[in-house]
Design a binder for this molecule. Structure first.
Ligand SMILES: [Zn+2]
Ligand SMILES: [Zn+2]
Length: 334
């Protein structure tokens, strides 16, 4: 597949798509069944389906019954941590291996023309974005996320979290799972917007933004404070009546879902030859321009509502420049 049929490459070798990402059709007042069905399919497949499958697999094979969970014990926390750790290393590693080590499609459909491994920098541990991002993701963020997940399972088992009986209200719980990705997007937008506030940005979020050219290893490369806030999405189950599976699903949505914005490619060539779209562009633009796209806007157009949306178009660029100009004027006036 020729990427120049679907986009343009500049002199630096950075590729950009001709077709810009858009919000869900119903936010634009379009309710045609075809468009709604296409959006719904995109909501399910592939990313949320992957998350649901991993969450179900963990629920059946890794997480013990409520009796064991009632006592906080390494006997079940350690296997849970090991499964999370190995599962996530394997999942993220598969993308890194195929697209950044083997480079099966080289720079085709790659937003940034360079590969992080070819660009050593002092901002990273060991001057290596790959080593830095791997260590921060898997020695900092995954343990924090697992601690929150384990704490919630323990709380549910002891009746400290509001639980809904699955045999009495199955429909409500299905709805909770179905809407969990929307909650994740809302939560992420709010915490992400907060850590872009000057002092918090410098202290906390700049760690994640060291990767201007993100790869899969960058996805969970965060300061511990951000790691806690990010995986804290599962803590909503302490307030919203649901089920321990919803807490597990929210953990998986944060852990396995973080890869989407950090793939770096607009299309990923699969072994069979197909190359589906990745949905990575809005967050790639966030890493490039910093103060746009605090979420992906795939479910809730929060950046559109708050004026920070950039879809990669000339109009998006102009909106961003005008916003920066207004901000500068405000700062000068103060
Ligand atoms: Zn990011
Ligand atoms: Zn950010």
């Amino acid at each position: 597949m020729d990427d120049l049929q679907q986009g343009v490459r500049n002199k630096r070798g950075d590729w950009a798509p001709n077709e810009y990402p858009d919000v869900a059709p119903f936010w634009r007042g379009h309710f045609k069944p075809g468009a709604l069905a296409a959006w719904l399919w995109g909501y399910l497949w592939p990313w949320n389906a992957v998350t649901l499958v991993t969450a179900l697999a963990w629920w059946w094979w890794v997480i013990p019954g409520a009796d064991a969970l009632r006592t906080l014990s390494w006997a079940w926390v350690l296997p849970l941590f090991a499964a999370n750790w190995l599962g996530l290393v394997a999942y993220y590693g598969a993308f890194e291996w195929r697209y950044y080590r083997q480079r099966v499609q080289d720079r085709s459909f790659k937003y940034n023309g360079k590969f992080p491994a070819d660009q050593p920098s002092d901002v990273f541990w060991f001057r290596s974005q790959n080593i830095d991002n791997f260590l921060r993701s898997f020695l900092v963020s995954v343990p924090i996320g697992t601690a929150i997940e384990a704490g919630l399972l323990w709380a549910f088992a002891n009746g400290w979290a509001p639980a809904v009986d699955a045999s009495v209200h199955p429909g409500y719980l299905v709805l909770c799972v179905a809407l969990a990705p929307v909650l994740h997007e809302l939560h992420f937008f709010v915490i992400h917007r907060a850590i872009h506030w000057g002092p918090l940005y410098r202290w906390v979020h700049s760690v994640h933004h060291n990767s201007i050219n993100p790869s899969p290893w960058s996805s969970m490369s965060m300061h511990p404070v951000e790691g806690f806030a990010y995986f804290g999405v599962a803590l909503w189950t302490l307030v919203i009546p649901s089920h321990p599976f919803v807490a597990v699903f929210l953990f998986h949505a944060a852990a396995f879902g973080a890869i989407v914005g950090h793939l770096g490619f607009d299309r990923l060539q699969l072994p069979g030859g197909a190359a589906p779209k990745s949905s990575a562009y809005p967050h790639y633009l966030h890493h490039k321009f910093f103060e746009v796209n605090y979420c992906d806007n795939g479910y809730l157009p929060l950046d559109q509502w708050f004026g920070s949306w950039h879809d990669g178009s000339a109009e998006g660029e102009q909106r961003m420049q005008e916003r920066f100009k207004r901000k500068k004027e405000r700062l000068n006036a103060a």
